[in-house]
Design a protein. Structure first.
Length: 117
């Protein structure tokens, strides 16, 4: 079994993926977020309400916080083109959420859901 090295750990954010955006008829390049970046995203969302069975209830998260968090995720995870949060907010509706969701997926945060935008 291979021993995990410091270089292996730090190259995780170097992984890149090209994602096609149908509404722009173009592609963007994204990368996974680091632990520190994800902490910033979770700070935007705040505490996630729990269902009666104790599992997280993402449906109860304030929609405004959810959109803001996904814009932050998109801004942090876009490699090409690089965009600020304000620039991400100027994208066509649904695109930052699509890109942000894919970035969270490759960061290991949310399940891999295939969806077109």
């Amino acid at each position: 079994m291979k021993k995990l090295t410091k270089e292996d750990i730090l190259k995780g954010k170097d992984r890149q993926e090209t994602v096609h955006i149908d509404v722009y008829e173009s592609s963007v390049v994204i990368r996974p977020l680091t632990d520190g970046e994800l902490s910033s995203v979770f700070a935007v969302i705040g505490s996630i309400p729990l269902k009666e069975d104790g599992t997280p209830d993402p449906a109860s998260v304030d929609i405004t916080k959810n959109f803001k968090a996904l814009r932050l995720v998109t801004s942090l995870g876009l490699v090409d083109p690089r965009l600020s949060e304000d620039e991400v907010a100027d994208m066509k509706f649904g695109v930052p959420e699509f890109i942000g969701t894919r970035i969270l997926e490759i960061s290991g945060i949310s399940p891999n859901i295939k969806k077109k935008t």
